[in-house]
Ligand binder design. Sequence first.
Ligand code: NDP
Length: 238
Amino acid sequence: MSRSVLVTGGNRGIGLAIARAFADAGDKVAITYRSGDAAELEKAGFLAVKCDITDSEQVEQAYKEIEDKHGPVEVLVANAGVTKDQLLMRMSEEDFTSVLDTNLTGTFRVVKRANRGMLRAKKGRVVLISSVVGLLGSAGQANYAASKAGLVGFARSLARELGSRNLTFNVVAPGFVDTDMTKALTDEQREGIVKQVPLGRYAQPEEIAATVKFLASDDASYITGAVIPVDGGLGMGH
Ligand code: NDP
């Protein structure tokens, strides 16, 4: 059965791998993008919708376009996210609030809007992309870690609030993944990270996508409020 799937930030990195995984399985996949070539994304078979998730009006417009072309969203993957790393002493209030506004409040905006159609359909799957650092903490990433930890409380609250309506809310917590986000690190930082990962390497985006796809599948029908690490063993114990 072909479902209406939305992946925020599906134009590159982990989001693109997730979008491809659903499209390969025959789903109708919409992705949001801000940068990049929409024509290329459309050529790849996605419905590319321009949307900045910090803007409620743009979120509303994106949903209208998706509903018009694919029907109400049945599977939502809230993947869009940013970093603005800085030690606390040098972190401005704007560095903090802008990361929260994208990663946490932005997720609230897209989940809330998806909820409308899901309640009507009496089913829905929501997967939020958090991070291992949301639970481990990370020096220089207090804003990012706080936003990613916030997603866990958000998902678990909704799992309780809406479980009786046949909606599931789960969190995937990736470790270090080979994307633009981690390309910003120096070779020395990358080597330091790899040494701490039991599997001794970065993840490929497709390895995150496989878990997301599972959580949206019938095989995961009794899983909600879970935090699934896909981190090569980095966060073991949390
Ligand atoms: P990238 O930096 O490669 O991609 C980030 C994506 O988020 C882009 O598609 C970007 O769109 C989108 N985005 C950012 N801000 C907004 C916004 N305001 N509105 C709409 N879209 C936005 O990152 P990754 O693919 O690596 O990361 C994807 C997710 O996975 C993020 O939530 C990240 O925190 C998380 N993650 C990543 C890890 C890693 O090691 N890479 C580890 C753990 C978690 P645009 O192209 O238009 O800027």
